[in-house]
Write a new protein. Structure first.
Length: 92
């Protein structure tokens, strides 16, 4: 995972946007854990490159879980990871 961070999270962003990015990450991983296909999730990204990268990461690097508790943990982990990466990118 660490190797993808510079690529995934290099776009400039303001700190205020990080809460929005966190919500988007939550929706993407919730979709992943709900069985939504990667293609459908990618379509919902509306061509926004950073969101497409989030979808790629969620579907290619994060596991799908059967158990509800694990699904919730995966959503929380992904959301936190995206938020922290966003905050780090927003630092001057």
């Amino acid at each position: 995972m660490a190797l993808l961070f510079p690529l995934l999270f290099s776009a400039a962003v303001s700190a205020e946007n990080c809460f929005v990015e966190e919500e988007i990450a939550m929706y993407i991983m919730t979709a992943r854990q709900s069985g939504v296909t990667k293609e459908a999730a990618m379509h919902q990204s509306n061509g926004i490159k950073i969101h497409e990268l989030y979808v790629d990461f969620a579907y290619d690097k994060m596991p799908y879980h059967q158990e509800m508790k694990k699904k919730q943990e995966s959503v929380a982990e992904f959301k936190k990871m995206i938020y922290l990466a966003c905050v780090n990118r927003a630092k001057p």
